[in-house]
Design a binder for this molecule. Structure first.
Ligand code: NAI
Length: 355
């Protein structure tokens, strides 16, 4: 890990970290602007380099995902990203998938927690989803075999399966989590999911026998999740399962407006909410910016840890306390049963930042 002084700082302002900001499509620009306002009000030591990606980039006369955007993330090694729209059943390959592949962001982490002031069927949900981010059916390797016959290829490599297993166990160990559960379908996909399981077992047995390890066939796992999520701690899943189970788990704690996420590579990270571009509410000021704000807090924690910068930790703690207080005092957007607009919720958080 690098120390603070090893990092490249802004010429005029030597105390600032540089990070890439991608507003994205649909509700992306609205929630990104709201989050940016909160972070600025909390005086986070970050200067943004804004890049467009996805449909927003095309509308600005740029490529969907410009090389210079990729290069900027490689250079600054941290980014906060809004959602990007992917056309259904036709059109271009997902910008999100491309970004994760090009930057080798192999580990997606999504903490799912109950929040005070957001009543749901379950209290005290506290689990973390770790999703393999680069292969599986999500690779999008599809073709037409012949007329009326199409095929999609599920790719699993030992390197990627072992890498995500090692990452997940290390994460669980460092965060003092007690158990990892792998959801799989190795009864049917014996070769690909079988490899995923063998790699997880190997890492557990060789390096982390102190942690509990459990395997569940995904259909039964989902049933258990909605019956009693408190029995789960860290969930380890291949790409597509991780995608689906993330939204399911969001539903346990209040919906997509409250679940943040991060995509990690070896020495860089892109932070983004689990939700998509929500075209049904885009441009109406109805989107909940909290999931992206929480992703911003994860980004600050990451900067604090990787760059040994306590200011980032202080800002993260301050913002977290402010949004928790806002929720507890009933300040909520419509998706959580409240009446606040995107901007009004950001204002409510800013008003509670304290000194
Ligand atoms: P979605 O997550 O955009 O929306 C699902 C439902 O949740 C909608 O009813 C929406 O209004 C609601 N919702 C989502 N975020 C919300 C927020 N912050 N506040 C309040 N309500 C919220 O999923 P959908 O409709 O399946 O996908 C829309 C587009 O987003 C697609 O093009 C998809 O490919 C893309 N997408 C992009 C992602 C990314 O950039 N990481 C992730 C997921 C989807």
């Amino acid at each position: 890990m690098k120390e603070l002084e090893e990092f490249e700082f802004m010429g005029d302002n030597p105390q600032m970290h540089q990070a890439v900001l991608i507003p994205g499509d649909g509700i992306g620009p609205e929630v990104t602007a709201a989050v940016r306002r909160v972070l600025e009000a909390a005086s986070v030591p970050v200067v943004w380099e804004e890049h467009q990606a996805g449909l927003a980039a095309v509308q600005a006369g740029r490529p969907l995902l410009a090389e210079e955007t990729i290069d900027a993330i490689r250079h600054h090694r941290v980014a906060l990203k809004g959602p990007c729209t992917t056309p259904v059943g036709e059109g271009f390959t997902s910008i999100n998938v491309q970004l994760r592949k090009k930057l080798n962001l192999f580990a997606a982490v999504r903490p799912v927690r109950s929040l005070d002031g957001v009543p749901t069927r379950f209290e005290n949900v506290d689990l973390v989803i770790i999703r393999e981010n680069t292969e599986g059916l999500y690779s999008g390797v599809e073709n037409q075999v012949t007329d009326g016959v199409v095929m999609s290829m599920k790719v699993a490599t030992q390197v990627a399966c072992e890498r995500i297993a090692r990452w997940a166990f290390r994460f669980a160990n460092r965060r003092r989590r007690r158990r990892i559960t792998v959801f799989h379908k190795a009864n049917i996909m014996k070769v690909t999911d079988g490899l995923f399981l063998r790699c997880a077992r190997k890492v557990h047995e060789q390096d982390y026998p102190n942690l509990e390890y459990q395997e569940l066939i995904i259909d039964a796992g989902c049933m258990k999740l909605v019956q009693d999520p408190s029995q789960f701690d860290v969930l380890l899943l291949e790409n597509l399962y991780g995608d689906v189970v993330s939204d399911l788990c969001a539903g346990l704690v209040g919906g997509l407006g409250v679940v943040p996420g991060a995509n990690f590579g070896d020495d860089l990270a892109v932070f983004e909410a689990v939700h998509g571009s929500a075209p049904d509410i885009a441009g109406k000021g109805l989107a909940n910016p909290l999931a992206l704000l929480m992703s911003g807090v994860m980004m600050l924690n990451y900067l604090a840890e990787t760059r040994s910068d306590p200011r980032c930790q202080q800002a993260a703690d301050r913002i977290k306390a402010a949004y928790n207080r806002a929720l507890a005092e009933g300040q909520k957007t419509r998706d959580l049963g409240g009446t606040l607009s995107t901007d009004a919720f950001a204002d409510a958080v800013i008003a509670r930042l304290g000194d």
